[in-house]
Design a protein around this ligand. Structure first.
Ligand SMILES: [Cu+2]
Length: 259
């Protein structure tokens, strides 16, 4: 009994050691991807405004020209660490972000963007922020991640709207791994709605029944812009393929002109 117990413990320890170096428990946060980028909303009476903040509190304003928000693969962000595909506690994360070699969809992603409210006035009782999509590049999906291993798609089409509690909310955005490299964007309208106390799902609610736009507040137009970065391996394969075709064309002009 003692020996088998020792043996089992050793096996578990070995497994633990081998996984400790290669598995992660949570989706990498903004600090793992270049830092937070937050449209920070200010309230002055019924006037809303926002400015870009790059960190907690009163960080400097953000310059998209010199710091683009990239959609990257998990392996690129973690230097090759992945979710344990056999661990049910991270099954949803693994399914979305792990590479296909580990049974995942291999989505490119970013967690850098987050809505935030500056210190100062807050909304009166019965008024709530709402965030609505007014334009979105096909293929981009925004996910709510209110608890560990819980992922709910909330942004993918024009008109998708959530109520937002006003706490800092970093949305997970994803894109298919074979999406074309380049720019992807979303434009949000941030407005105020009035209604009963929402049932919050983390920092948002998607149940909009009973809420109406409070037009005594102005609305804000907030753009999120991403750069999709293809997998290094995909890029390398594309280069290899291009080289192959160039070589083939040079070697056999007759075969090339016949078609
Ligand atoms: Cu933040």
């Amino acid at each position: 009994m003692k020996i088998s117990q020792f043996f089992l413990t050793s096996l578990l320890a070995l497994a633990g050691v081998s996984f400790a170096r290669a598995s992660i428990e949570e989706i990498p946060g903004p600090e793992d991807m270049g830092g937070m980028v937050m449209p920070t909303v200010g309230i002055n009476g019924t006037t809303l405004s926002y400015s870009w903040q790059t960190g907690m509190g009163m960080g400097g304003s953000w310059n998209p020209a010199t710091d683009s928000v990239q959609l990257q693969s998990l392996g690129e962000v973690t230097d090759g660490d992945f979710f344990d595909p056999l661990d049910p506690a991270v099954s949803n994360y693994a399914a979305l972000l792990n590479p296909s070699s580990l049974g995942g969809a291999g989505a490119l992603f970013s967690t850098r963007y987050g809505f935030m409210v500056s210190m100062g006035d807050s909304l009166p009782v019965g008024d709530f922020f709402a965030i609505r999509i007014t334009s979105i590049t096909d293929g981009l999906i925004g996910w709510n991640n209110p608890a560990s291993n819980v992922l709910t798609p909330v942004f993918s089409a024009i008109g998708d709207t959530v109520l937002w509690k006003g706490n800092m909310w970093h949305t997970l955005f994803t894109l298919a791994p074979d999406a074309a490299p380049g720019e992807y964007s979303i434009e949000f309208e941030l407005l105020v709605m009035s209604g009963p106390d929402p049932t919050w799902d983390g920092f948002i609610s998607t149940d909009l029944s009973g809420y109406t736009v409070n037009s005594s507040y102005n609305s804000l137009t907030i753009p999120y812009t991403f750069q999709a970065v293809p997998e290094p391996s995909t890029a390398a394969l594309a280069l290899l393929a291009a080289g192959f075709w160039a070589l083939r064309r040079r070697k056999s002009p007759a075969a090339n002109s016949s078609k």
